[in-house]
Design a protein. Structure first.
Length: 278
C-alpha cells in the first residue's frame, strides 16, 4: 500500500480539494469546502503521498446522535492503492472518539462494496434527479423564510433526521439562493432550501409534515438547471420529480455504522441536504 501522511485540511488546501471535486464532476463549490472547515475543523482530512496531496475526506458530527462522512476523493493517479480505505478508517475513528452513536454516508454502488467490508449496512437507496430547465411555480401558503422561523425549522428537521443540525442549517440558509416555509393555519409546516452549485442549483433539504406541502415547496424552489437527491422509498418524491421533467441520473446507497438513527427516512424528509451532508 502507498505510504501516506494524513493531516487536517486547511484553507490553503482548498484549491487542491476543489480540483479533486472538479475531476470527479461533483456539484459542490469552494464555499462548500469552506463550510466543512467551519463546521468541523478537526474533522476534515487530507492525505499526502510522494510529497504531494492526493486525497480528501470530511466528517461532520451532528451532536452525539449522528456523524457524517463525505467528500471521499482520491486523485486519479493514486486510485486503487487503498488510500480511500485508510481515510475512511480515520474518519470513523474521529467520529467514534467524539461519542457519535451512528455514522452514515451515501455510497456509490462501487464504493458500497468497500463499506460493507468495514461493517457498514444498507439503509435505503437514493436517486439523483436532474432538470435542465425547471420552472418554479408560486404556490399558496408558501413564503420566504425569515430568521424568526429558525426554531420551527430546526424542530422539523430534528424530527425528520433524528439529529441536531442547527449549525448546518444556519449555514445553508445563509448561503441559499432561496429558502421558503409552508404554512397551515398560521403554523409553519415545512421548509425548503435551494442553493447554487458548480454545475446546477441544488434543491434540498426539503422537510414537511405531509407530501402535499413538500411537493409545493419543491415546485416553488425548482428553477433552471437543478439537481436533487430523493429517497427511493418515498413514492411522492419520485412522482413529483417525474411530473416536473426531472430525469434519474444515478443511484446512491445510504449506509450506516453503529446504531441507526431514523431508519428509512420518514415521509417528512422529502429531499436530502446533499450526499456530503446527509
Amino acid at each position: 500500500m502507498t505510504r501516506l501522511k494524513l493531516r487536517y485540511l486547511t484553507e490553503s488546501d482548498l484549491p487542491f480539494a476543489d480540483s479533486l471535486r472538479e475531476i470527479a464532476g461533483w456539484n459542490q463549490r469552494l464555499t462548500d469546502w469552506q463550510r466543512f472547515l467551519a463546521l468541523s475543523p478537526r474533522g476534515c482530512l487530507i492525505a499526502e503521498s510522494e510529497h504531494r496531496p492526493v486525497a480528501t475526506a470530511v466528517t461532520i458530527a451532528y451532536g452525539a446522535e449522528l456523524g457524517w462522512i463525505g467528500m471521499m476523493l482520491v486523485h486519479p493517479d493514486f486510485r486503487r492503492r487503498g488510500i480511500a480505505r485508510v481515510l475512511l478508517q480515520h474518519c470513523i475513528e474521529i467520529l467514534q472518539s467524539a461519542g457519535v452513536k451512528s455514522i452514515k454516508l451515501d455510497a456509490t454502488p462501487a464504493g458500497r462494496e468497500v463499506y460493507l467490508k468495514i461493517g457498514f449496512k444498507d439503509e435505503y437507496n437514493l436517486t439523483r434527479y436532474q432538470a435542465e430547465s425547471a420552472k418554479s411555480s408560486d404556490t399558496p401558503n408558501i413564503r420566504q423564510a425569515h430568521a424568526y422561523d429558525l426554531p420551527k425549522i430546526l424542530a422539523l428537521d430534528h424530527a425528520a433526521t433524528g439529529a441536531s443540525r442547527e449549525h448546518l442549517l444556519r449555514s445553508l440558509l445563509a448561503e441559499s439562493t432561496r429558502a421558503v416555509v409552508s404554512q397551515s393555519n398560521g403554523e409553519i409546516t415545512g421548509f425548503g432550501i435551494v442553493r447554487q452549485g458548480s454545475l446546477a442549483s441544488y434543491l434540498g433539504p426539503i422537510v414537511a409534515i405531509d407530501n402535499v406541502q413538500a411537493q409545493a415547496i419543491a415546485s416553488t424552489l425548482a428553477n433552471g438547471k437543478t439537481f436533487c437527491d430523493l429517497p427511493d422509498h418515498l413514492p411522492a418524491a419520485t412522482a413529483w420529480a417525474k411530473s416536473n421533467n426531472f430525469t434519474a441520473q444515478r443511484t446512491l446507497i445510504r449506509m450506516f455504522l453503529g446504531d441507526n438513527v431514523t431508519p428509512n427516512a420518514p415521509e417528512t424528509y422529502f429531499a436530502i441536504a446533499a450526499p456530503d451532508l446527509g
